[in-house]
Design a protein around this ligand. Structure first.
Ligand code: 13P
Ligand code: SF4
Length: 301
């Protein structure tokens, strides 16, 4: 039997569900039960009846699934698939910011470690960050760890004061987009959509700013076929082309998230066979982080 065939057979035998992020390799997206953005995957993880959740993404995503499903087994095929952006924040930086801004709630991007989430009031993703911050009554709001997402929120809600922690926190994949990329996209033609993790000048020069799930919805809502310049991780083009084959998508070929690419058919097979690598977290961290994640899930998109 092929590797693909063995994965499907083991998945059915164990009644497992495979969740995959939009940046996963094409062959992983093809096999997954659900492909989506961070919010859609967290929502799916909460709804599923499967006793075994296989998370094809990066560690903070699998941790989130575990925190909201403490009774289920959550596994990640590659235990070193982390998010360098998430690793830029620490509990001590959050505590320092709280001391400097007493009373300001802490809104953490889902791209953060479980230890940091345990110090948050509410979590957000790029799909609902503005809605989450707007829902808070306080004027001053601490937001981390992505300073570009924080700038995006600030632009959408000028009446609030967004305190970005750490200053300059960023994702290396999205910081690779330059003014020259915008210029070539304009010359090429078509709409330009960027992710809110791109720098503010790239956000301002784009036609739309959206999460990866938001990009799917934007293209899907367009009548007739169109050309799109997609300023995010390059595998997004595969996801969009699968859903909307009549449209044309341009991406930056070297916008690659190395950690997202660590999941392969081979380690996915081993993950299902040996139920590895199980995500485990200290119960007190999970209990403290769960409230902040659940608060976000109630707010939705
Ligand atoms: P989305 O929630 O938009 O999928 O973003 C997750 C991410 O890691 C972007 O780099
Ligand atoms: Fe983290 Fe950036 Fe990779 Fe998203 S693309 S998982 S923010 S490193």
């Amino acid at each position: 039997m092929s590797v693909k065939g063995r994965i499907i057979s083991l998945k059915n035998q164990k009644n497992a569900i495979i969740l995959a992020h939009n940046y996963q390799r094409p062959e992983i997206q093809d096999l997954a039960d659900v492909v989506g953005d961070s919010l859609e995957l967290a929502q799916k993880a909460r709804e599923t009846d499967s006793p075994l959740i296989v998370f094809c993404g990066v560690l903070f995503m699998a941790e989130t699934a575990k925190i909201i499903n403490p009774g289920k087994k959550v596994i990640i095929p590659e235990k070193d698939a982390t998010c360098p952006l998430a690793d830029q924040l620490s509990p001590s930086l959050i505590l320092e910011a709280k001391e400097r801004h007493p009373g300001a709630p802490v809104v953490l991007y889902i791209n953060s470690t479980a230890e940091c989430k345990a110090h948050a009031d509410v979590i957000c993703t790029s799909a609902n960050a503005v809605k989450v911050v707007r829902s808070l009554p306080e004027r001053e709001v601490i937001v981390g760890p992505d300073s570009n997402l924080a700038a995006y929120i600030q632009g959408q809600i000028p009446e609030k004061e967004i305190i970005a922690i750490p200053p300059g926190g960023h994702c290396y994949v999205h910081e690779c987009f330059t003014y020259e990329d915008l210029e070539s996209a304009r010359k090429r033609g078509g709409e330009i959509i960027c992710h809110p993790e791109c720098r503010p000048e790239i956000q301002r020069g784009s036609d739309m700013v959206a999460s990866t799930g938001g990009m799917v919805r934007l293209v899907g809502s367009r009548k007739g076929n169109a050309a799109w310049n997609i300023l995010t991780e390059r595998e997004m083009a595969y996801r969009l082309k699968t859903l909307y084959p009549g449209h044309t998508f341009h991406v930056k070929e070297d916008a690659i998230c190395e950690d997202m690419k660590k999941t392969t058919l081979e380690n996915l097979l081993l993950a299902l066979e040996y139920e590895q690598y199980e995500v485990t977290l200290p119960p007190d961290i999970m209990d403290r982080a769960r409230g902040a994640i659940e608060r976000m899930l109630v707010i939705g998109r």
